[in-house]
Design a protein around this ligand. Structure first.
Ligand code: URA
Length: 234
């Protein structure tokens, strides 16, 4: 759901099918509450999640939802797909059709996926200037060598997009396993970065976004609502 903003008088005039002059009257008569407070200002800006009552009747009450999903390999990060199961298909929430995906994962990548109907929150997470970190566990076909670390940190030029990737942190965990921390999300970024070394990625798993980690209690394919603390971590 996009966070549509509107002026309170326009919203009420449209909702109640009355003139804005009558809306002004309604406000002056203390009949409208926005988020529990008496509204008097016709210029007040409301959004999709503003709770609005008129004469004690609720006329808008949308809640924001924030979901963590443990995405399995083989499930597509889309809301609809004719071939594969989608992350939305995995959810068991009545309002799931309203949700959008925050930061996609490839079909053959597993791990932490976030979904929400709060576009302001998801924008904060995905805007390149926000530089929210995402950490991935990567398993490679060929042995890793120390020179990868510098190459990831320096950034790599991607001709198709005509850009150089932001410095990324590569930590070698064993001969074939590494952790990669990215601060952006370019198309197939990790696979393309290892591709520079002709080293195919055989498994990719995202375990954190910002300060939020995939809940170790969450079974593969399962999801749960984020806690208030988790929502504010990001
Ligand atoms: N980089 C990739 O190549 N794939 C993902 O799914 C995420 C990051």
């Amino acid at each position: 759901m996009s966070l549509n903003k509107a002026r309170l008088d326009r919203f009420l005039a449209q909702h109640c099918q009355i003139s804005r002059r009558n809306v002004r009257l309604m406000l002056a008569q203390d009949r409208v509450l926005v988020n529990g407070k008496l509204a008097h200002d016709i210029d007040e800006v409301i959004d999709t999640f503003s709770h609005i009552t008129l004469d004690g009747q609720v006329i808008q009450a949308n809640s924001a939802h924030y979901i963590m999903l443990y995405k399995p390999v083989g499930v597509v990060s889309a809301t609809q797909d004719v071939i594969h199961k989608t992350v939305i298909d995995l959810l068991d929430f009545p309002y799931k059709e309203q949700l959008h995906i925050v930061g996609r994962l490839d079909l053959n990548t597993s791990g932490l996926m976030l979904l929400t109907n709060d576009s302001r929150w998801s924008e904060r997470l995905t805007l390149p200037e926000s530089k929210v970190s995402k950490r991935y566990l990567v398993t490679l076909k060929n042995k890793l060598t120390a020179d990868y670390v510098e190459a990831f940190a320096s950034g790599m030029y991607f001709e198709y997009e005509d850009l150089t990737t932001q410095p990324a942190k590569l930590t070698i965990l064993s001969n074939y396993q590494a952790e990669v921390e990215l601060f952006e999300g370019r198309y197939h970024q990790i696979k393309r970065m290892f591709g520079r070394f002709r080293n195919p990625v055989v498994a990719l798993h995202r375990h954190t976004i910002g300060n939020l980690s995939l809940d170790p209690q969450l079974p593969l394919g399962a999801s749960r609502a984020l806690t208030a603390d988790e929502i504010s971590y990001i």
